[in-house]
Design a protein around this ligand. Sequence first.
Ligand SMILES: Nc1ncnc2c1ncn2[C@@H]1O[C@H](COP(=O)(O)OP(=O)(O)OP(=O)(O)O)[C@@H](O)[C@H]1O
Ligand SMILES: [Mg+2]
Length: 333
Amino acid sequence: MIEVRHLEKTFPGTRGLLGHDAIKAVNDVSFHIPDGGAVSFIGESGCGKTTIGRILAGLETYTAGEVVMDGQNLAQLPRRQRAVLLRRVQLIQQDPYQALNPARTIEQALTDPLKVIAKERGADKAWIMHRLHEVLELVGLDPDAVIYKYPHMLSGGQRQRIVIARALTVDPSVLVADEAVSMIDVSLRLGVLKLLRDLRERFKISVLFITHDVASARYVGDDGQMFVIYKGRIVEHGLTDEVILHPQHPYTQALLSAVPVLKGLEEPGPDRYIPLKEFGHGQPPEHACAFAPRCPYAQPLCGQEKPELVGTAHQYACHYPKERHVVAVPLSE
Ligand SMILES: Nc1ncnc2c1ncn2[C@@H]1O[C@H](COP(=O)(O)OP(=O)(O)OP(=O)(O)O)[C@@H](O)[C@H]1O
Ligand SMILES: [Mg+2]
């Protein structure tokens, strides 16, 4: 449903878009989210994941590239039509507490968007109440038990379910879940992940899952695509399990080597912790591999030539992917 081509986002620095301190938060990013599909983005803090999610939800502009929804290029649509399309992409953020007004009951929080839809459809109050109960049931909550409560009276898991229910009121095609379970108690996380998976299966709602946590990405969509982002660029992507079990890029290997246990994986990930050098600030040079300064396997070529994504279904941007690592043991070990 969504096709993103060569997306770019530059945040202006103090001297404007071309200033030396401008940040290219998203750089030449292309991907596709199929109907009912799962796409996950992993990468460390500041790599541009949230910016991509916000662009898709229409909350952030982009500086270059194309976003095509249902065959229509967003940039070429009149504002009104664009808004209608963008409403079908709903963002679920990290902190459900912040997303809900503490002074409004769950009923009030959910009927606000429902009133807008009812007006558009010429539906009445009975329809609003019916739909309110329906979306709450869909997210696994007992409507009568939560409807008159305030957000602080619910658990973190219940609050995130409310946020998801509110997103469902507008019949979305895509949910962008940005670290959507990272603030929820571990014991409640699995339930919310399972809910996202159910929504995919039952209603063909696509999920763009943004996370630091590889294991939860796998739970939402082991049949989906995983994208590994480094400093605004895709450095590796492929089927989620393929990337997790056979990571080719040293950065992906390092991310995975920091994951203690990947439940349900027969094969272990990389068997040894790959240490990365300190996160460098500032913009990497355009002509070199952005990861080279931190890469334990970097060779002179890496500082001279930027690797492009190569491969077919499983792609990676590295001159020395796993099978070609010249140094068997990381230099810094
Ligand atoms: N409104 C903004 N103005 C200026 N720079 C921004 C803005 N929003 C994000 N950035 C910068 O863009 C880069 C990408 O930020 P983004 O929030 O997308 O990263 P992220 O991958 O979501 O990180 P995290 O895992 O910490 O949530 C960062 O360098 C950030 O400082
Ligand atoms: Mg973020």
